[in-house]
Design a protein around this ligand. Sequence first.
Ligand code: FE
Length: 255
Amino acid sequence: MISKTLFDDGSHRWIVLARDPDRKDSVIDTNEYLIVSNGEAILLDPGGTEIFPSVLRTVAKLIDLEQLKAFFASHQDPDIMSSLPLWMGLCDEAKTFMPWIWQGFIAHFGVEYVERFIPLPDEGGAVPIGTRGRTLTAVPAHYCHASGNFSVYDPHAKILFSGDIGAALLPEDETSLFVEDFDRHVGYMRGFHQRWMPSNEAKNRWVRRVRKLDVQMLCPQHGAIFQGEQVGRFLDWFEGLEVGLDGFQAGSTLA
Ligand code: FE
């Protein structure tokens, strides 16, 4: 699995974990994000059970597992968090931040870890990385696509983890971690957003919210990362897209 540093100022570092070569074709490809801040770490959307060994191997090369103080689950989908009980079993003091609405559902993956769940209210709020690390902000992204859903903003690194927003399903020959040709990339993400985002109003609320932030890098859970002026281009494109039932065509697939 590839790991690449996205930001590093010496005490605060973002690393993307992606493109697991051992992943079976039947399992959707995912990106995981590790943030190490003043020696403490959080893993955003730790991934599905199927890729847990690869993610664990990669994380263990980067940090000591005792440094992992928190996990973040943007929503309840298995591709982003079914590995959570395995992680919480390994890191027996780490907490997991998640939308409050999903805690009773996520508990079905491992009820013994519920005491370390930190439910986030609908308005979002602070996501601290341990006690010494910097604090991130959960940004509401409800109905984009899950009914309780958050993006995560890091005001220090100016990076937004956008979850399924900005996701793309890439063909095999598109191996770059970063968006290289925005116009071509639209073809890999249009169908996904039209089908998986149920509400134009919810989408536009999220766009308005994100426009108020200084975002230098927009990091989705699937596909490639948007940098610099591509962030604004993505927001413009997403704002103009008809999603949900308005853009629905029966049988339209993910890409
Ligand atoms: Fe999802």
